[in-house]
Design a binder for this molecule. Structure first.
Ligand code: FES
Ligand SMILES: [Fe+2]
Length: 441
């Protein structure tokens, strides 16, 4: 038993370092799934993925295959993707439409969209006098313990215990507010479909990288420098002296050097959530942006418009499964598959009511920075894999998170990095603190 081998799991985590087994031990992984992912609020998807009655979309919560489905009353249910009869998977496709009800492909038991049993072939003659039938909840598809939706973003928890979604999200809900408020109509819609990447590394390595402000100017420097060279050449030849904005998206990795990243700040919250402040400077004065500004001012008024576009957020991490870049309308959902295998879904959203060029611009960022086909992502993935390899060997027992340790400022229940400590490892310390609390059970 794991508890016997590692008498006290909390000994694996110290304020500034973590035992390597936390990333590589398959039994610890199982326990993480039980105590973290299958308990807390996990992102299922966006309501616009399933607009019509019967539309469903599957996803993994911890080790559990789940689906979200649109009911005839417009509500969304989250169900285990399993038939209660003999366990057949209810839907085999990643997404689709179930029609008026779910029908199991094995013996034709049928279910309402909220999971309740609808019918069994020749139910009266086959089951009279048995414990099986409409009154037995074991004959219905099992539902997630809790489902909540914040501004179209659907979350489920497989446990009846724990804080409600808004309490759980706390300040990190700004990720969804920032994204939706930038839409003239106040909401976003999903861009089908997402990119999917299976990383050969532990899920925590990905999350720790998300707010690691030191790494971009190192890992992505080569990409940034190459883009910057081309950008300069184009600028020299161009009449107006400027290269397309997409070059800037990449060259920023070279021009924003480590010391500049230190000027950013991270705000660390309970439950492991964290915000990286700073904005990518994507508010140029070109005709497309000015046209967007005009529509926004009409929708919100000048004062509110300035508040919305002035939100100073680069990245929000919602522990343990979501990384959101709200100013660019994209998010990455992580689905741990095994101790050394992690699926990331990379989703993009369209601002409802915004002009097409604004969508094209954020789509360019999505493709250039976050997609599987960019060098930026490839360089990250290589490091994740190499970290996992290193942690699997006997070359050392600890992963350390000591950068700017002791300089954090604790204020109103949150931990802020001190001025000019943006590259602090405070977000990793905060994530592991939450991890240890969850794992205590
Ligand atoms: S396994 Fe689904 S109806 Fe038999
Ligand atoms: Fe990176």
């Amino acid at each position: 038993m794991l508890q016997e081998r590692i008498a006290d799991l909390s000994k694996c985590v110290e304020p500034d370092r973590v035992r390597r087994e936390v990333y590589t031990d398959a039994q610890i992984f199982e326990l993480e799934m039980q105590r973290i992912h299958e308990r807390v609020w996990i992102y299922c998807g966006h309501s616009s993925q399933i607009p019509r009655t019967g539309d469903y979309y599957t996803m993994q919560i911890g080790r559990q295959p789940m689906l979200m489905v649109r009911n005839s009353d417009g509500k969304i249910s989250v169900l285990y993707n399993r038939c209660p009869h003999r366990g057949n998977m209810m839907v085999g496709d990643r997404h689709g439409n179930s029609g008026e009800f779910f029908r199991c492909s094995y013996h034709s038991w049928t279910f309402h969209h909220d999971g309740r049993l609808k019918n069994i072939p020749m139910m009266d003659s086959g089951y009279s006098g048995t414990r099986y039938g409409h009154d037995n909840p074991d004959c219905s598809m099992k539902r997630a313990a809790r489902v909540e939706n914040y501004r179209g973003f659907v979350f489920a928890s497989l446990s009846h215990q724990g804080p409600g979604l808004l309490e759980f999200l706390g300040e990190s809900k700004v990720a969804f507010d920032d994204m939706c408020d930038r839409a003239p109509e106040g909401e976003v819609e999903v861009v089908p479909n997402c990119f999917r990447i299976i990383q050969h590394s532990n899920w925590k390595i990905f999350l720790e990288n998300q707010l690691d402000a030191l790494h971009p100017s190192v890992v992505h420097q080569s990409t940034g420098r190459a883009a910057h060279e081309v950008e300069k050449q184009i600028a020299k030849k161009a009449k107006k002296g400027e290269a397309p904005l997409s070059y800037h998206m990449l060259s920023a990795f070279a021009t924003v050097t480590i010391d500049k990243w230190d000027a950013f700040q991270t705000l660390n919250y309970p439950h492991g959530h964290c915000i990286l402040t700073g904005y990518m400077g994507l508010r140029p004065q070109d005709p497309d942006t000015l046209a967007y500004d005009k529509i926004m001012i009409k929708a919100y008024g000048k004062k509110r418009f300035e508040e919305i576009v002035g939100v100073n957020i680069h990245h929000v991490l919602i522990y343990p499964g979501l990384s959101v870049q709200s100013p660019l309308q994209q998010l990455r959902a992580i689905r741990p598959l095994g101790v050394d295998r992690t699926l990331t879904e990379i989703w993009h959203f369209r601002l409802k009511g915004a002009p097409e060029p604004i969508y094209r611009r954020s789509l360019a960022y999505y493709n250039l920075v976050n997609s599987p086909s960019t060098l930026v992502n490839a360089d990250d993935l290589e490091n994740f894999w190499k970290c996992h390899q290193g942690l699997s060997c006997d070359g050392g027992d600890w992963v350390t998170f000591g950068r700017h340790l002791g300089r954090d400022i604790e204020k109103d229940g949150r931990v802020e990095t001190a001025p000019n400590c943006g590259t602090s490892e405070a977000p990793m310390r905060n994530q592991m603190k939450a991890w240890a609390e969850y794992m205590r059970g």
